[in-house]
Design a protein around this ligand. Structure first.
Ligand code: FE2
Length: 246
């Protein structure tokens, strides 16, 4: 970390003990994907500590409604209807506004709309499987969808992915970029998944499990799950006993 970066409030180093290692033999494709040489660490510079910042003009009115954003008029995707919401915050607990949240997922049968998809579950003509939104002034996001189905994948003899939603977040700069997956409270497949089990420790895995939130359900319509996401925080001078702005 250079002096310049310190004075701009550069970002806190990632805690790599909570992230999966690049190579885990039980996750077959990590063998060829993982780096062959030791990683080098660079201090962040202005380009990683600012931008890109996304504005409202990017977002369409149905972009966070996966029930309808690929559906014909008066139709909707098939499957148990869910609402997923939560707060995006930094390590200081500060909500991050205007942060682009992108999601993609399989349909209720566990099938993706993708050329290379081979699973036999049928496509839903009214479900595309992706959406996006910006966080509001307090860092909250929300989208509606259907519960994604579990699906088998070619890894071990009989491996299944638990129901999950893929997330991509840009944060307020590239230094906060996060790509992860969200799981659903109570799913027994979570603990049997070779990808989940690359994550070191139960506490880190539980951070990726959304909690059923009956208070946020839409009665006679939709179950709700809450998934809060923490991105890296800035190194900053504390104001007396708390970070500025909190
Ligand atoms: Fe997936």
């Amino acid at each position: 970390m250079t002096d310049d970066s310190e004075s701009r409030g550069g970002y806190i180093q990632r805690d790599r003990s909570r992230h999966p290692p690049a190579y885990v033999s039980a996750y077959k494709t990590s063998v060829t994907r993982s780096p062959q040489k030791a990683l080098l660490s660079f201090p962040t510079t202005l380009s990683e500590e600012t931008g890109p910042v996304f504005g409202d003009s990017l977002i369409g009115p149905r972009d966070n409604d996966l029930l309808h954003n690929h559906a014909s008029d008066d139709e909707s995707a098939i499957g148990p209807r869910i609402l997923v919401y939560g707060q995006v915050r930094d390590q200081s607990g500060r909500g991050l506004p205007n942060t682009l949240v992108e999601v993609w997922q399989a349909n209720a049968g566990g099938r993706y709309r993708h050329q290379k998809e081979t699973y036999l579950a049928p496509l839903d003509p009214n479900f595309g499987g992706c959406g996006r939104c910006l966080t509001d002034a307090r860092g909250y996001y929300e989208f509606r969808s259907v519960m994604p189905g579990p699906y088998p994948w070619p890894n071990g003899v009989n491996d299944w992915r638990p129901s999950h939603i893929h997330f991509s977040l840009f944060g307020q700069s590239f230094a906060q970029r996060l790509i992860t997956q969200m799981y659903f409270e109570g799913d027994p497949l979570i603990w049997k998944c070779p990808i989940v089990n690359t994550i070191p420790g139960r506490a880190a895995i539980e951070d990726l499990i959304a909690a059923l939130d009956l208070n946020a359900t839409i009665p006679m319509d939709t179950l709700a799950y809450r998934f809060d996401i923490t991105l890296r925080g800035r190194r900053q001078t504390w104001f007396e006993n708390r970070p500025e702005g909190l």
